[in-house]
Design a protein around this ligand. Structure first.
Ligand code: ATP
Ligand code: MG
Length: 286
């Protein structure tokens, strides 16, 4: 039996483009950086990117009141800040948000290097994406041997049409649930289909999703007519995204779609030229 529905981890939802500051810069420089970037706090790191503290708008206001804008960041930052590990679950992170009432946590890796920042907004964004394709409730027990004939589903995908976005993934989910497949299998297929579909909506001109379901496996093929992905291995990296600010405001652009598709699939291929991109996602039915 093969079960892949991992708990979402901090590393799946955090922001990887970390804006941080060195301890030997001045509070004035921190203030200007935060204003330019439109952020309300940031980690303070050493040359090796190890976490030393955090500095927030509150620290800066305090320094202004004390006429202390020329002080070093290290003098006004919060030392021993609360942080998260990239392997922590999102549930744990939410508890930390509630308990400490901070809006933003530095995330560190096993070497205590800062690799991300997590805000409540990051969590909400990602969960909202996943919930949209998670509307059908299905029992999670393993059903008896599958005896259905091969099913085919096809749906066209329109670029930038957010009214229809997610429809193909949602229909696949309903079909698989109706065939009596296990909840974890259905969810993996739905998540992969949703992220592939959304990539066409957001990044491509137009496309088509087709799904073939046999008693042994599910094959989801998503093809589009361009503009293609310049560097596929870069696009596959978690956190890489070319999404515009407008798209990010809508809750997309975390750069987690392709990595999630790969994680959800038992077999995955992606081919891309300027004429278009084709993803083939295979999930075994056990
Ligand atoms: N079908 C596609 N056509 C053209 N470019 C694509 C396509 N799919 C992905 N890309 C490119 O690959 C990048 C990474 O895709 P990925 O799905 O991992 O992240 P994202 O769509 O930017 O964000 P998220 O999926 O987390 O909302 C995209 O930002 C885009 O540049
Ligand atoms: Mg995507």
């Amino acid at each position: 039996m093969y079960d892949k529905q991992p708990l979402p981890r901090v590393q799946d939802v955090m922001t990887r483009d970390v804006i941080s500051i060195a301890p030997d810069l001045t509070v004035r420089q921190a203030k200007d950086l935060m204003r330019d970037k439109g952020i309300s706090g940031m980690p303070v790191v050493d040359r090796e990117n190890a976490l030393l503290g955090v500095i927030s708008v509150a620290d800066i206001i305090q320094a202004m009141e004390n006429n202390n804008l020329n002080a070093f960041v290290s003098e006004v930052m919060t030392v021993n800040p609360i942080f998260l590990h990239e392997q922590d679950t999102v549930g744990y992170a939410l508890q930390a948000c509630r308990r400490y009432k901070y809006g933003r946590f530095p995330v560190i890796d096993e070497q205590a290097k800062v690799v991300g920042v997590l805000t409540v907004g990051d969590i909400v964004t990602r969960l909202a994406q996943l919930l949209r394709i998670d509307q059908v409730d299905e029992p999670d027990e393993i059903k008896e041997p599958k005896d259905f004939t091969t099913r085919i589903y096809e749906c066209s995908i329109q670029s930038m049409n957010f009214d229809l976005a997610g429809l193909a993934a949602s229909n696949i989910k309903k079909m698989l649930t109706g065939l009596g497949l296990k909840g974890t299998t259905v969810r993996r297929a739905a998540i992969a289909a949703y992220d592939a579909e959304m990539n066409v909506v957001i990044h491509a001109y137009e496309g088509k999703l087709s799904a073939k379901v046999t008693p042994h496996d599910i094959t989801i093929t998503v093809e589009d007519s361009g503009p293609g992905i310049k560097d596929v291995s870069l696009a596959m990296q978690p956190g890489y995204s070319t999404a515009s600010d407008r798209i990010r405001e809508m809750g997309f652009g975390a750069g987690m779609g392709l990595p999630n598709i790969k994680k959800s699939a038992d077999e995955f291929t992606i081919e891309s030229t300027p004429k278009g991109t084709t993803l083939v996602i295979k999930i075994f039915i056990d």
